[in-house]
Write a new protein. Structure first.
Length: 213
């Protein structure tokens, strides 16, 4: 069974572990995560649970989508996601952070922060060209293809849009679980800016860092 929920990225802070060391953590809040639909093999061809997060204005919700939430007995949700093999969660029930335990390994998926149009040095960590007198290749990417092909091959690293893409950070550790405030403290950084909705689920890696150590 795979556990997971949608949460809001609150920000980053520091906490002390039992050993007295300081650990940087990201605070995730899962206040309104609910089960919207259960998908079955007989009807949909696979087993999954659709979960929703956040409030959405009814007047800005399409009628078909509004009916979808009405059948679940819920108000319109802003973000929807699916979890495969998520157990027997009931439609309309709330998912809380206590489904995870401290020390557990998780994967976090979200849209990364957009950096706009960036050059090759920032986007791909390229080095610079010579800064000697007369050089015109200080920030240029250098050679971008073979002269024999007379064209640029697809996939060549160049300047372009940086960030604003779906990113999954794997095998992060749950440092602390706060069921009272429905907060999840995850070690390290997760993608996205503040208030970004992130998908948190069990790590798909068979061996955790604790088991491999």
């Amino acid at each position: 069974m795979s556990r997971g929920l949608l949460a809001r990225k609150v920000g980053m802070t520091q906490v002390f572990t039992e050993r007295g060391t300081v650990v940087a953590v990201t605070v995730l809040e899962a206040d309104t995560c609910r089960v919207v639909q259960r998908k079955t093999t007989g009807v949909d061809g696979y087993e999954a649970v659709q979960i929703g997060f956040g409030e959405r204005r009814p007047r800005r919700t399409p009628k078909a989508l509004a009916g979808h939430f009405k059948r679940a007995g819920l108000t319109p949700q802003r973000t929807l996601a699916e979890l495969r093999d998520a157990g027997d969660a009931k439609v309309g029930s709330q998912l809380r952070v206590d489904i995870f335990n401290a020390g557990q390994r998780i994967d976090v998926t979200a849209v990364s922060q957009g950096k706009g149009f960036s050059g090759t040095r920032k986007r791909h960590n390229f080095g610079r060209g010579p800064v000697t007198h007369g050089s015109h290749n200080i920030k240029q990417p250098g050679s971008i293809g073979s002269t024999d092909a007379a064209r640029v091959f697809r996939g060549v690293r160049m300047a372009g849009q940086l960030g604003a893409q779906q990113v999954t950070v794997r095998n992060l550790e749950v440092v602390r679980v706060d069921p009272e405030r429905n907060l999840l403290l995850v070690g390290g950084a997760v993608p996205g800016h503040r208030n970004t909705v992130v998908l948190v689920r069990d790590s798909d890696r068979s061996a955790t860092l604790g088991e491999s150590a």
